[in-house]
Design a protein around this ligand. Structure first.
Ligand code: ADP
Length: 494
């Protein structure tokens, strides 16, 4: 597909705590590393800003300036790098600004510290100070998840006197409502806010102050990463106690499905997999399976190989797998697991491997190369999530001809259509009830179809031909930026 021409492009600053290839714990990083590229190829002047964690190599310093965090005056150093956006022969560079501060970010991990509120209060204010120092005045600041929630608030409450900032609109994207950035009331001070902000209409949230809430209340428009999740979070079951605010803001709340970077996730060229393959030449996929079985210590049998690549947390439906693990192990199949997270699930998979070493291969850890080999080498991919804002695993596995088995929720519901044996429609297998045997039943339907090699082969081909690139979603984001600017103008002139 060619690059569409847009009469209205924008200057966008994309703020995220994680960006591929610099720092990643989950899907947010993939989105932050790929959506801006797609926006750049559409002609937008898009730039990314993120913290510089210790593992990111030093880049050229372009500015430094003081940032007030409560009573502390910290220094932000801005370093500049870039990522390359390629699309249909066009190459553009997307600048990446790294906010560096030895005290806050020179640490081994991205998250998990006692002073999280202070770290991201610093980052949020540094982003706003940075644009003036650099003289880059974006039309829209696109904020992502709780770490950047204070940006819309600070911009509206503390920066409007300065004409440089007036007129800048904000978009706040919810990648996962469960991670909220809730801190003690005293943290208000870190943002230079008084006690008057500690009320339910403002930042107070069940006795805490919430960075997520700052983004939800003060941004011009909101979106989340699938249509279904945008609806689900307006109800108590999925709303994580924010359903009331989200209902109130439902006119400003959109759902835009994530894409994947189809150039990086391309089975024909992916350097991380042992054998490249295409939709017309699937021999490489078969060989990847043999290689994966060897790598994971499994016998190289011609049985269905099921994969799972995931953070090992409750959200991902691992208790459903736990509930049917013994039954699964009695079937003619193999399972490979890659993940890290809750000790309970790590132990559960380790125990299972010790008991059934010929049936299940387990790697506890974060391993981007092995992840690709699982996407490429498996026959089926498991995502029985309790909730899933969008989910990328199912999109990557479809692209590599690995058939997803998912629970119909959030983005999984929007992207995986249950296979209908009568008509041949659908691209995977899905179930609705959050119940172990509902998952088992979906797996069994997949195993049954797998026996019919011709039907399975055409399902693989159909999956691989689907378009889950950023093309359409990036265009939708451009519409969202337009809405944000219109909303902002309406509020300013009201
Ligand atoms: P979430 O953002 O909730 O973690 P997504 O499905 O949106 O879930 O994105 C997960 C991303 O992280 C995918 O790119 C997936 O391949 C990757 N990932 C998850 N766990 C691991 C792991 N242990 N090793 C390598 N990659 C992982």
């Amino acid at each position: 597909m060619g690059i569409p021409e847009f009469d209205e492009t924008h200057k966008i600053l994309f703020a995220s705590a994680e960006v591929v290839p610099f720092a990643k714990t989950g899907g947010l990083a993939d989105v932050a590393g790929s959506l801006p590229k797609a926006l750049a190829t559409y002609g937008n002047d898009v730039r990314i800003v993120m913290p510089r964690y210790s593992r990111i190599e030093a880049k050229r310093t372009i500015a430094d300036f003081p940032v007030q965090v409560g009573s502390r005056k910290a220094t932000a150093i801005v370093r500049e790098g870039d990522i390359e956006a390629r699309m249909d022969g066009t190459i553009r560079k997307v600048p990446v600004y790294f906010i560096d501060n030895y005290h806050y970010f020179d640490r081994d991990h991205i998250y998990g510290y006692w002073d999280e509120a202070e770290r991201f209060a610093f980052f949020s204010r540094a982003v706003l100070e940075m644009i003036k120092v650099l003289g880059f005045r974006p039309d829209v600041i696109h904020c992502n998840d709780w770490q950047t929630g204070p940006i819309p608030l600070l911009l509206k409450e503390q920066y409007q006197q300065d004409p440089f900032y007036r007129g800048i609109a904000t978009v706040f994207t919810i990648h996962n409502l469960r991670y909220q950035g809730n801190f003690p009331k005293e943290s208000l001070n870190l943002l230079g806010l008084g006690d008057e902000y500690f009320q339910p209409g403002k930042l107070e949230f069940y006795g805490s102050m919430s960075f997520m809430k700052a983004g939800l209340v003060w941004s011009d428009v909101l979106n989340t990463v699938s249509r279904t999740y945008a609806n689900e979070i307006q109800h108590p079951e999925y709303g994580e106690r924010f359903e009331g605010i989200l209902q109130q803001r439902s006119h400003d709340l959109y759902g835009i499905c994530n894409g994947i970077n189809i150039h990086e996730y391309n089975p024909a060229t992916d350097p991380r997999i042992t054998h490249n393959f295409t939709v017309d030449e699937l021999e490489g996929k078969r060989r990847n399976k043999l290689e994966l079985q060897r790598e994971m210590g499994l016998p190289q049998l011609d049985v269905p190989l099921l994969g799972l690549v995931s953070r090992l947390v409750d959200q991902k439906g691992l208790d459903l797998i736990e509930g049917i693990a013994e039954e699964l192990m009695q079937r003619q199949l193999q399972l490979v697991i890659l993940g890290t997270g809750d000790g309970h699930y790590e132990d559960m998979f380790r125990d299972l491997r010790n008991k059934y070493p010929d049936k299940i291969g387990v790697e506890i850890g974060f391993n981007v190369t092995l992840a690709q080999r699982i996407y490429a080498g498996c026959d089926m991919f498991l995502m029985p999530s309790a909730f899933e804002p969008c989910g990328l695993g199912q999109l990557i596995s479809l692209r590599y001809g690995t058939i997803p088995i998912v629970r119909a929720t959030g983005g999984l519901q929007d992207t995986v259509i249950d296979y209908d044996p009568n008509t041949g429609s659908g691209n995977g297998f899905s179930f609705t009830n959050y119940e172990p045997h509902a998952l088992l039943e979906a797996i069994e339907r997949a195993l049954y179809l797998f026996e019919n090699q011709r039907a399975w082969h055409s399902l693989i081909q159909k999956a691989m031909k689907e378009d889950h690139s950023w093309n359409r979603s990036a265009a939708e984001y451009m519409g969202l930026y337009k809405n944000a600017l219109a909303h902002h103008l309406a509020v300013l002139t009201a």
